[in-house]
Design a protein around this ligand. Structure first.
Ligand SMILES: *Cc1c(COP(=O)(O)O)cnc(C)c1O
Length: 368
């Protein structure tokens, strides 16, 4: 049995676990934000309080990532899925050379399908025939210098594959979906022209998507896009083009305060996340093949630890017993099956220790 007094431990692929201190502040704010005397659920997005929330959140993002002034920080709606469309609408329409994409897993497949509606795409590398168990090496990637942009996903949430380096050419705009590892470690943000990440994996509840976009990237963008889908009109409106998700944005602010003040920045967050992942992967590697890691070792994700047990029957048993013991959300994505332990920022080292304890007990009972 775990020790968390609040609820079950959330190992889900998303929406993910949030730190207890942030949940407690969130709980308080639903009753009353003291400075305003209202519930956060009923505070106007036109209020001075909300303008200050957006300003502080933007400043915190800039501080955490060391972002320079030529980047805009946007808080948008529509999830990462809307970015799958907005990016090619903005950067691919009317272009003569194809945009370059990697097909490294479930989510990049979704991004690709949306991009193809807007123009020509060249898939530089696909892991589909190999079942998405690994990521490409540099030697396997022939980038073109004339692509309007290059798109990839830093962490494939479903398969548990993560790039541990920056990809692409410096002279082609780099566009990255960081939804499931954003703010889990420093990311050399200045090397990307556009980074997007919805909040619900690592940095808050569903409803808001962070977009960091370099000003120069938008200079040739079409002028006839719907206002809502036009980065420039969103920039002009300071993320209040229409009624924004005030609640979700406020929780993301609390997360950035927690990262800055309680954790001490992204380098420290990365150390904690590495410790958590090391513990869990050592448990897999030390199990004599009872727990089998899904991803090739060099491409293992620090956020989503995917593995299998000797057969689907035992996996079912494992999931049922884990749920009873208070470990929630461990079932692998419906497209892959197996087990996935997602260990986002909000999940503590103690929670991972408890899961490893449970796994060792489960293994002992089965292999004795
Ligand atoms: C979950 C996920 C998505 C989908 O995000 P929505 O906000 O549901 O649109 C996209 N990309 C990655 C990497 C994800 O993990």
């Amino acid at each position: 049995m775990h020790m968390n007094p609040l609820n079950n431990l959330n190992f889900s692929g998303g929406p993910g676990a949030l730190p207890e201190s942030v949940l407690l502040q969130t709980q308080q704010s639903i009753m009353e934000v003291p400075e305003v005397g209202l519930s956060v659920l009923g505070i106007s997005h036109r209020s001075d309080w909300f303008a200050a929330v957006v300003a502080e959140l933007e400043a915190n993002m800039r501080k955490l990532l060391g972002l320079t002034d030529n980047y805009h920080v946007l808080f948008m709606q529509g999830g990462a899925t809307q970015q799958f469309s907005m990016i090619p609408m903005t950067l691919l329409r009317g272009k003569t050379s194809p945009a370059e994409y990697l097909h490294t897993g479930y989510w990049s497949g979704k991004a690709l399908a949306e991009a193809r509606r807007e123009g020509e795409i060249r898939v530089l590398w696909s892991g589909e025939s190999g079942g998405f168990h690994r990521l490409p090496e540099n030697e396997e990637l022939a980038f073109s210098p004339t692509a309007p942009y290059f798109h990839y996903i830093s962490n494939e949430t479903v398969e548990g594959l993560q790039f541990h380096r920056v990809l692409g050419r410096d002279d082609v705009p780099r566009v990255c979906d960081m939804s499931s590892d954003f703010l889990s470690q420093p990311c050399e943000a200045e090397r990307y022209s556009l980074i997007y990440a919805h909040a619900q994996k690592n940095i808050g509840p569903a409803g808001v998507t962070v977009v960091l976009v370099r000003d120069e990237l938008l200079k040739d963008a079409p002028t006839d896009l719907p206002g809502f889908l036009d980065y420039r009109s969103q920039i002009q409106a300071h993320s209040i083009f229409n009624t924004p998700p005030v609640f979700a944005i406020y929780v993301v602010l609390l997360i950035t305060r927690w990262l800055l003040n309680d954790i001490g920045g992204l380098s420290r967050m990365a150390e904690i996340n590495r410790d958590k992942a090391r513990l869990l992967y050592s448990a897999l590697d030390g199990s004599n093949g009872f727990y089998r890691g899904r991803a090739e070792t060099k491409d293992r994700s620090l956020m989503n630890v995917t593995f299998n047990l000797p057969n689907p029957e035992i996996e079912k048993r494992f999931l049922a017993e884990a749920q009873t013991a208070g470990f929630s959300g461990l079932a692998g994505h419906r497209s892959t099956g197996g087990i996935r332990a997602s260990i986002y920022n909000g999940l503590t080292l103690q929670a991972v220790e408890q899961l490893v304890g449970f796994m060792e007990d489960f293994e002992r009972k089965r292999t004795r």
